[in-house]
Design a protein around this ligand. Structure first.
Ligand SMILES: [Zn+2]
Ligand SMILES: [Zn+2]
Length: 265
């Protein structure tokens, strides 16, 4: 499946790119011909290192004709700037934040839907259950929702908490009829008891959420780092059985390095 951490790019047919999270996969995006130069909008769900560790290695930061604008759903520009200053500073990294002032720009998300890429995409956000907070993004164009991204989110189906149940119902509304949902699938149901409060879901919980909100395709994402490819294949089979029992036509795939999902708007 590959060993990279979270990074997705949403690309328009025009070649413009919106980046979701800056995990280690970001490096490969930066070395592709079409991706040097221009402005890159990078939306982080949160500042955990597995969602940031590709940023120092993103080639456009060092290009003459590029601008990289980074925002984070869970904190304002000041706190995000402080975190990036920490990562981008010797001895952790040889190039400092201030040396990148020409290309790197830090901005705020105010929680309201915002448009990107010449107003062609609208991005709405809601908050996940995750230690320290994390965002969930839903991207739409004029035709409606296209893609939703919830990489770190504890659905906590087993928690008998009314507040959590209300949040889960509101989340299903936020994600309703989304053609592609990328969701946290770190655990399987049997592992949840030992990991309550850790901020992640089981693959089965992600599948049940995707079915409840009418997703077209579910991408199981953020696999536990100890999983082998065979383990992940077995988890997909287990979740496919849930889909089949519901007689749903929802597609189910595991997130893998380099996966491309085509969405017709
Ligand atoms: Zn996290
Ligand atoms: Zn994570």
């Amino acid at each position: 499946m590959g060993g990279h951490t979270s990074c997705w790019s949403v690309e328009l047919p025009t070649g413009e790119t919106l980046v979701l999270d800056a995990g280690s996969g970001l490096r490969a995006l930066g070395t592709r011909g079409r991706s040097t130069g221009g402005t890159f909008e990078v939306l982080l769900t949160h500042r955990h290192l597995d969602h940031l560790d590709g940023l120092p290695h993103f080639a456009p930061l060092y290009a003459n004709d590029a601008r990289v604008r980074v925002r984070c759903a869970s904190v304002g520009a000041g706190d995000l700037r402080a975190s990036l200053r920490t990562i981008l500073s010797p001895p952790l990294f040889p190039v400092s934040f201030d040396q990148l002032a020409r290309t790197l720009d830090v901005a705020s998300c105010d929680g309201r839907p915002a448009t990107y890429l010449d107003h062609q995409l609208e991005v709405a956000q809601t908050m996940a259950q995750h230690p320290g907070g994390a965002g969930i993004y839903r991207i739409a164009d004029a035709s409606g929702p296209l893609f939703a991204y919830a990489p770190d989110n504890e659905l906590a189906e087993r928690a008998g908490d009314a507040q959590v149940a209300t949040w889960r119902r509101e989340l299903a509304v936020f994600l309703r009829d989304v053609p592609v949902l990328v969701h946290d699938a770190t655990y399987v149901d049997d592992e949840l008891v030992q990991h309550a409060g850790w901020g992640h879901s089981s693959a089965e919980e992600a599948t049940r959420l995707a079915l409840a909100c009418g997703a077209g395709t579910l991408v199981l994402h953020h696999h536990h780092p100890d999983r082998t490819d065979d383990d992940v294949a077995r988890i997909v089979e287990r979740c496919q059985a849930i889909v089949d029992r519901e007689r749903s036509s929802m597609k189910l795939v595991a997130g893998v390095e380099g996966l491309t999902v085509r969405v017709e708007g």
